[in-house]
Design a protein around this ligand. Structure first.
Ligand code: FAD
Length: 380
């Protein structure tokens, strides 16, 4: 008998087991794959983290806490999980990327600068914005390391006594007045509370939420720039999100893993709908060409030589906001899903929130935006 079982040990679940074990709970964690695997949503070496959040100012307090917890995770684990490089959010003045970022920065009084096209070119010589593009620049933006973050959380959880079982898919779960039961191919486990962090498997494990999740295939591309990665080193190159006039957003990173690995770039949204079973893991030449065509006018030296690509999945909700809550129909069950392609930067604070909800039924963090009821097609 455990205090809490956590299903899914990817980004969110690894943080949950770590926070729960640190608070003295007897925890069991279960995953269908091994630790820090590449089959879900938490792989590819880097994820953007930033504070002037164009998606909604309501995320900002969570981001500030996330930065604190990433620093603590680095100290506790001895792993490098967060690198601050600065970040530019570029687009037309009325683009979501620029306007939304500005709204968050102004709402929360976050340090930032507005740069015109000339100033962007002067400070960041790899970038060639057109005359009517501007950018919000913030020094606090950077990237976090998905695999290292998951590994660090799992290691700390294990050290604090959590039982972690891999390659053990959960078949189903039930919850009633006496507790929760979780059935896997290997057996059945019981606990007081259940936390479910299923990533792209939400439609299977959380079907009874009645939320129409859309799983989206996404591709991360690595290119070797013309003339090498010198100008793309993290010491001199910021992360960026660049919204084109047609609303298409692409984003990228400095060369975070040395000269051989080039620099990573990707589209935000616009991928094909899939499931974890049907996703096409092959990246096709026409996709590489579309990425190259997007970046050539903007960062001309970047897409010189294609190195490699990797697919990944988003789990989208209709409004692209998360689902983090006590299950509306099961008070012993806490859910975290629907991260809609922007969840990784919140991993540590989500772990803290899940531990709060599982152990006390409430959290001091602002999570009203993430109520599942707003999305349900059926009343649970
Ligand atoms: C290409 C790409 C780029 C991204 N870029 C950014 C970014 O720059 N910044 C940012 O903040 N976010 C970004 N994101 C989003 C972020 O990575 C995700 O929101 C986050 O990783 C989701 O974590 P998760 O725990 O929900 O899912 P996962 O990490 O996939 O974890 C879910 C886990 O559940 C397990 N599981 C599922 N079903 C079962 C079962 N039946 N039994 C046992 N285990 C099960 C899976 O094996 C998996 O380990 C990006 C995502 C992608 C794909």
């Amino acid at each position: 008998m455990y205090d809490v079982i956590v299903i899914g040990l990817g980004g969110m679940g690894s943080a949950a087991v770590s926070h729960l074990a640190a608070r003295g709970s007897r925890v069991l964690g279960l995953d269908r794959f091994g630790p820090a695997h590449h089959n879900g949503s938490s792989h590819g070496g880097s994820r953007i983290i930033r504070q002037s959040y164009f998606e909604d100012p309501a995320y900002v307090p969570l981001l500030l806490r996330s930065y604190e917890l990433f620093d603590r995770l680095a100290a506790d684990s001895g792993r490098e999980v967060l690198t601050v490089t600065g970040g530019v959010m570029i687009g037309r003045p009325d683009s979501l990327t620029v306007k939304g970022s500005q709204l968050s920065a102004e709402t929360w009084d976050l340090p930032h600068e507005m740069l015109d096209a000339l100033e962007i070119r002067r400070r960041f010589p790899t970038m060639t914005p057109v005359e009517d593009e501007i950018a919000l620049y913030e020094t606090k933006a950077g990237f976090v390391r998905p695999e290292a973050t998951v590994t660090a959380h799992l290691e700390l959880a294990g050290k604090a006594g959590a039982h972690l079982r891999y390659h053990e898919p959960v078949l189903d779960w039930t919850s009633d007045g006496n507790g929760v039961r979780v059935r896997t191919g290997a057996g059945e486990y019981r606990a007081e509370k259940l936390v479910i962090c299923p990533g792209a498997w939400a439609p299977e494990l959380l079907a009874d939420l009645g939320i129409p999740f859309v799983i989206e295939r996404q591709v991360q591309y690595w290119f070797a720039p013309t003339g090498g990665t010198g100008p793309f080193r993290p010491e001199v190159h910021p992360i960026y999100i660049w919204e084109a006039a047609d609303g298409v957003q692409a984003y990228g990173f400095p060369a975070s893993d040395g000269p051989e690995d080039g620099a990573k770039v990707a589209f935000f949204r616009g991928g094909q709908t899939c499931t974890p079973d049907t996703i096409d893991r092959t990246v096709h030449p026409h996709e590489v060409e579309a990425m190259r065509a997007q970046m050539l006018p903007r960062i001309p030296s970047l897409p010189a030589q294609f190195l490699r690509a990797a697919t990944c999945m988003y789990t989208n909700t209709a409004d692209e906001h998360f689902v983090i809550a006590t299950h509306p129909a099961h008070e012993r069950v806490t859910v975290a899903c629907g991260f809609s392609g922007h969840g990784f930067k919140f991993v540590p604070v989500v772990g803290e929130i899940l531990a709060d909800l599982a152990l006390t039924g409430a959290t001091a963090h602002p999570i009203d935006l993430f109520r599942p009821e707003r999305l349900s097609e059926v009343t649970p």
